[in-house]
Design a protein around this ligand. Structure first.
Ligand code: GLU
Length: 293
């Protein structure tokens, strides 16, 4: 049984880039005879303007992308994330960190990841008298290998490439990495289909799934990114226009084009059916086993 999901952060309406991720996850689910869920990833509540979640759901519905179950809101699931953090802490995998940004900057290695400092591990062996601020996951430097359905074999040394990462932020908000893993596991997600910009989060998420005792991992498919005119990833930040809800067929055809699909149909239902029939990322029946942890 295939269960896929689209997991938007409602920081703004869907745009051409996020529609590609939504469409890809929907097409992959339908092409494999699976179910498709929507999860509103609003853990970073201050960055989610009120009503944007509803707008995103409406945009999806206008595009014919309707989830098979009622959507789930991460902002309503804090106690699940707290329970997971408690288990990680009880197992010695998570630890409180008292470092400020300045403390981290003073000791971080010179190389950075996407402009972010690598945590130097200062509080691994205790808070040194500082008050606890955030919670972090203790990582190691064993290469973590995984295979993406489009990108092929991947590997990351989490400790040196990312560092002990945040599970609960200093402002009390849950971190994306923890929330996404708890929810993917609880919702029984078998296939994560999302934009390639998220690919390098995958090793952290696999590590967390292992530590939280998952038996099976999801398969991962990271789709090509839609680039803005300046060559940067298209995003709300660089002015991606909200989708035109009056012209969903055109928006979907354009999104499909980014996935290598040249669709002809002029009605929504036909266009989606054409996309399912031509979906380029079909898994052979032999690949339907999920990776074990
Ligand atoms: N909420 C994340 C985002 O909108 C996506 C999470 C995921 O698909 O794993 O960037």
């Amino acid at each position: 049984m295939y269960i896929g999901r689209f997991a938007p952060s409602p920081t703004g309406p869907l745009h051409a880039g996020s529609l590609v991720a939504a469409l890809a996850s929907w097409l992959d689910a339908r092409a494999h005879g699976g179910r498709w869920l929507v999860r509103i990833e609003d853990v970073d509540t201050p960055r989610c303007p009120p009503g944007t979640d509803r707008l995103v759901l409406e945009q999806l519905a206008r595009c014919g992308l309707v989830p098979d179950e009622a959507p789930v809101w991460q902002s309503a699931r804090s106690e699940r994330y707290a329970a997971a953090l408690q288990r990680l802490a009880d197992g010695g995998h998570a630890y409180p960190c008292g470092c400020s940004r300045k403390d981290i900057a003073a000791l971080a290695p010179p190389h950075q990841r996407h402009g972010e400092l690598i945590y130097p591990g200062t509080c691994r062996d205790g808070l040194h008298g500082k008050p606890a601020r955030a919670w972090r996951l203790r990582t190691d430097d064993t290469p973590l290998a995984w295979t993406d359905r489009r990108l092929g074999p991947q590997s990351q040394r989490i400790e040196s490439e990312v560092g002990d990462f945040v599970l609960k932020r200093a402002d009390g908000l849950w971190a994306y990495q923890l929330a996404v893993v708890v929810d993917d596991a609880e919702q029984g997600i078998t296939d994560v289909v999302r934009g390639e910009d998220l690919a390098d989060n995958t090793p952290r998420q696999i590590l967390l799934q292992r530590l939280l005792g998952a038996d099976e991992l999801p398969r991962y498919l990271h789709t090509p990114l839609v680039l803005a005119a300046d060559g940067q990833k298209l995003s709300k930040q660089n002015g991606a226009a909200a989708l035109d809800l009056e012209a969903p067929v055109e928006a979907l055809r354009e999104a499909a084009g980014h996935l290598g699909l040249r669709l002809q149909a002029s009605s929504l239902a036909e266009l989606l059916a054409e996309g399912v029939a031509a979906w380029p990322f079909m898994m052979p029946p032999s690949a339907t086993e999920r990776p074990s942890t």
